[in-house]
Design a binder for this molecule. Structure first.
Ligand SMILES: [Zn+2]
Length: 70
């Protein structure tokens, strides 16, 4: 069984739990018994760190993030 990271929607408690793939949506918080969601914090950090990497502030010919408005 894979180990997943979860975060409680109600109390924000974070925990890791071994769960079968088909049970990932049924995990509850061990502190308050509220609904828990997958903790994707790592994935979000990876995405935000890669945006607008082509813009250097002086030559925007290849930049798709700023629209050439420097
Ligand atoms: Zn909780």
């Amino acid at each position: 069984m894979p180990l997943y990271s979860f975060v409680c929607i109600d109390c924000k408690h974070k925990f890791d739990e071994l769960v079968p793939v088909e049970k990932r949506g049924d995990v509850i918080c061990p502190k308050c018994a509220g609904a828990a969601d997958r903790d994707f914090k790592g994935a979000f950090a990876f995405i935000s760190g890669n945006k607008r990497s082509s813009c250097n502030g002086s030559n925007c010919s290849g930049c798709s993030g700023c629209g050439g408005n420097h």
